[in-house]
Ligand binder design. Structure first.
Ligand code: SF4
Length: 455
């Protein structure tokens, strides 16, 4: 722990240590000047053995292969993002999946709200994510991805197999996180602590039941507090610092006055950090629920638990997917064709190059937007036929639309009309930084992380 903190502020190069920066800066320099996607793939192939050798000096062979793939994939994704490519050779580095499409709460603005369900506003269907379906997604992208986020619109704890799903992602050496209301009756806290989960967001917007339930409708605050106690107790008994617990408080006009008592409660319960979040405006659903004009921010209640967690970067070394990682390592980067349209520099959406979203039934969505009958947001279906959903026709059309190559027309992906936030993805720069610092904070110094995450 102290070593991780030390390396965060003192670069290894300051005392003659090796870092990833010389190789990364050279790869970045070459990619910035390469004439097309084939040439970019060639640069990655050339650097693969060199980068692997540098990592092999610090990691076991499978971990070194996995890190080589994840780093080169980030470099390639960055190349495609900057050139605004339509078909890409890179894989999504963040995987967002719903373990369960269901939720027992009915928060305003959500696909599960009473009004949204009565008006059938969203094209959302029940379903539970199976291990087989997640395995199929991980076979495609797991060796290249740095993080998995187990939540979009469903309550992940309703799937009793979610701890197994988390463990599957850890076998591909990915960081893992989920977001939950914790308002569930069947909850195996030990299973979550033992799953390898890195980070758990607790969505609790109040300190007393009457205030809390104005937004978290059907939620039971006593049940939530009881489940936090179970988690904290399980971490203590099992001697683990993970998952780090973050109480996220959506600040509305009706609950902002409860932020101070909520912070006190979080500290008393043993939560590791408290985050005030400015929510989306949900007045279209309930005009009485209005965002509060308060400053968003994080309060660390326990620095040590929130810092890098190197011991959880590879918690199951004996079950790492070494075969799948080795096969991916041997595979050339230019297996399929990428588009080589003239590089553009105009606006585009980060989601289209960085993360992929899959609901529990296997529908592939480009972002966290809830699909609706009037929005073309289902970009593919994971059918296990080996195809690449990240390069489906809709993905390519959406990317091409931003780069001016594909006119918006009837049936075009919703991106052509989208006015949502195009820059904030679920797994982005901060998660990339945390991931590589947890792997090796000395090798992945500040300048190395700037290249990997600063785009
Ligand atoms: S443009 Fe909008 S709809 Fe398309 S991926 Fe980005 S956020 Fe989603």
């Amino acid at each position: 722990m102290l070593s991780a903190l030390f390396h965060r502020f003192i670069p290894a190069s300051a005392y003659g240590g090796q870092t990833a920066f010389p190789a990364l800066s050279r790869i970045d320099w070459e990619l910035q000047r390469c004439p097309g996607a084939d040439s970019a793939a060639g640069i990655l192939e050339r650097w693969k053995p060199d980068l692997y050798t540098r990592l092999r000096a610090r990691f076991a062979s499978t971990a070194a292969q996995a890190l080589t793939l994840k780093i080169l994939n980030l470099c390639l994704a960055r190349y495609h993002f900057h050139t605004r490519g339509a078909a890409v050779l890179s894989r999504p580095f963040g995987l967002v999946t719903d373990p369960s499409n269901m939720c027992r709460l009915a928060c305003p603005g959500c696909v599960h709200s009473t009004r949204a369900e009565a008006l059938k506003l969203f094209d959302w269907r029940p379903g539970t994510l199976s291990e087989d379906r997640l395995s199929a997604l991980l076979k495609l992208y797991g060796p290249y991805a740095i993080g998995a986020y187990f939540c979009n619109y469903g309550e992940p704890l309703l799937n009793l197999d979610t701890p197994k799903l988390i463990r599957l992602a850890k076998t591909y050496l990915m960081g893992t996180a989920l977001s939950t209301s914790l308002s569930v009756r069947r909850f195996d806290a030990d299973a979550y602590v033992e799953s390898g989960l890195d980070f758990m967001i607790l969505s609790i917007d109040g300190a007393t039941q009457p205030v809390y339930e104005r937004f978290r409708r059907n939620g039971d605050l006593d049940l939530v507090f009881g489940n936090i106690r179970k988690l904290v107790d399980a971490k203590r008994r099992l001697g683990k610092r993970t998952p780090a617990l973050s109480w996220n408080f959506l600040a509305f006009e009706h609950n902002a006055h409860e932020i101070p008592p909520a912070v006190r409660m979080a500290r008393k319960l043993g939560v590791n950090q408290f985050r005030v979040v400015n929510p989306f405006d949900v007045r279209w659903d309930d005009p009485e629920i209005r965002p509060a004009a308060v400053k968003a921010g994080v309060r660390r209640l326990d620095w040590l638990s929130i810092a890098n967690r190197p011991e959880n970067w590879n918690p199951f070394p004996d079950s790492v997917e070494s075969g799948a990682i080795a096969r991916a390592f041997e595979r050339p980067w230019n297996e399929h064709a990428a588009s080589d349209s003239a590089p553009r520099s105009g606006h585009t959406c980060h989601w289209l190059y960085k993360n992929i979203v899959m609901d529990a039934t296997g529908r592939i969505l480009p972002c966290c937007g809830g699909p609706r009958p009037d929005m073309n947001l289902v970009f593919a279906t994971l059918d296990g036929d080996g195809g690449d959903p990240f390069n489906s026709e809709k993905y390519r059309r959406a990317r091409a639309w931003f780069s001016g190559g594909s006119p918006a027309s009837d049936g075009a992906p919703y991106c052509a009309r989208c006015e949502w936030d195009h820059t904030t993805v679920n797994i982005g720069g901060p998660e990339i930084g945390r991931y590589f610092r947890a792997a090796d904070a000395a090798f992945f110094d500040r300048r190395s992380l700037g290249i990997l995450s600063g785009w």
